[in-house]
Design a protein around this ligand. Structure first.
Ligand SMILES: *Cc1c(COP(=O)(O)O)cnc(C)c1O
Length: 404
């Protein structure tokens, strides 16, 4: 008789966004005349930039001709894309990352979930609280997180690093020593970020205790301030302790087309085993590559036209962020984020819980956001709004919140 992976049975109830989806569906069914605006799930709304569309069309035509047709992609991804990444995202920023340390994939969610596979089940993970749920849940599925306590919303074998107003939503070094540290800056959900000096402290710490940092830089393109690192490899010593995850979803609108990459430097070792070899082995065995067409589209992200168009696109969303942040501030809300990230993190008024505020906003303003408590216990009493809507909807949503 077969048995299931009962680690899955330890996972807490429904996924945050399914619960939100259900509540919104039920509200709409009961109130069909109401028009609901979503500033909830972190998905983009602007179309792909013209340079990307042009590259897509060109690549589709190549697939129609036997002379230019492409089958399986090379294991690590096409060289034209890895070279463009190595130059633009690393060399141009003074980071030493070679093209063969870059693994192209179909997105950072899969990579952030799969990367734990190359580590021992005995490793202990440390995560920010609140956190992007993928890091914790995928470790739970692998059996690395102990048991889940419903009352506290915490796993017994996970080190939680609270990110609160007191520490400006950046974690302090944990008291208990972890083996794997997940960091994401600019952060989802808080929109907070970290200075280069602060990140250097983490790199030094990881090198000292022999931990690996999994650095999720999905929102790097939204950085507007000077002293904020675009890559962890801007820090001295990161090549021996850090893996970096990047996505084309938020900087270039690839949430539906799917493209990302993971950097594993060859200096990152456990004894004499390179993590690079393990990830290469996993990639080669379990993955057959992002589509050629999409990798060509990814290359266009780094063209002069692509860069210019995407700067405007990110600017569009960041104007929404500014509108939300300043609007809420003028209404007396306590807000953070929204400067180097497309997320606004607000404190719920009058000590409401995150879900109470969610219900109020849905029912009285017909605006959907994301309850902070869904990202971890320290998110209780907070609420996330995203800048990924249209400008018109963003302005309309704020007007409704103002009239609450
Ligand atoms: C959106 C997001 C990603 C990107 O996921 P993709 O699979 O590349 O679309 C990764 N990490 C965080 C924290 C995100 O919010």
């Amino acid at each position: 008789m077969f048995k299931v992976n009962d680690n899955y049975l330890k996972l807490p109830g429904s996924y945050l966004f399914s619960t939100i989806g259900r509540k919104v569906r039920e509200y709409k069914a009961a109130n069909p005349e109401k028009e609901v605006i979503s500033l909830g799930i972190g998905d983009v709304t602007q179309p792909l930039a013209p340079a990307i569309i042009e590259a897509l069309h060109g690549a589709v035509d190549e697939m129609a001709d036997a002379a230019t047709f492409k089958g399986y992609a090379p294991d690590l991804g096409y060289e034209f894309l890895r070279n463009a990444i190595a130059k633009n995202d690393y060399a141009d920023r003074g980071c030493e990352i070679a093209a063969d340390e870059i693994f192209v994939s179909d997105g950072a969610k899969c990579d952030s979930g799969n990367i734990q596979e190359i580590f021992s089940i005995e490793n202990k993970i440390a995560v920010c609280d609140p956190v992007y749920p993928v890091y914790v849940d995928t470790n739970a599925m692998a059996g690395r997180t102990g048991t889940y306590h419903t009352a506290t919303g915490m796993w017994s074998d996970v080190i939680y690093m609270p990110c609160t107003a007191e520490n400006h939503f950046t974690p302090e070094l944990p008291k208990e020593t972890p083996d794997i540290i997940y960091l994401c800056f600019p952060n989802n959900p808080t929109g907070a970020t970290i200075t280069k000096d602060q990140l250097q402290v983490w790199v030094d710490y990881a090198n000292k205790v022999g931990a690996v940092i999994i650095y999720d830089a999905a929102y790097e393109a939204y950085i507007s301030e000077e002293n904020v690192p675009h890559s962890i490899y801007e820090c001295v010593g990161a090549r021996t302790c850090a893996i970096e995850l990047k996505s084309f979803s938020k900087n270039a609108g690839f949430t539906g087309t799917r493209l990302g990459y993971t950097v594993v430097p060859k200096d990152l070792k456990s004894g004499d085993v390179m993590l690079h070899s393990l990830w290469a082995r996993r990639h080669g065995t379990k993955y057959n590559g992002a589509p050629y067409i999409i990798q060509k589209a990814g290359e266009a992200v780094y063209s002069e036209a692509g860069k210019e168009q995407l700067k405007a696109q990110v600017g569009y969303y960041m104007n929404n962020a500014k509108t939300i942040k300043e609007g809420l501030q003028s209404m007396g809300y306590t807000v953070s984020g929204g400067v180097n990230a497309p997320y606004i993190w607000l404190k719920t008024p009058e000590k409401m819980t995150s879900w109470e505020f969610f219900d109020l906003l849905l029912e009285k303003a017909n605006v959907v956001g994301t309850p902070g408590s869904g990202f971890g216990p320290s998110g209780e009493g907070y609420f996330r709004l995203t800048a990924f809507g249209t400008y018109e909807n963003t302005v309309a949503a704020l007007e409704r919140i103002r009239n609450l």
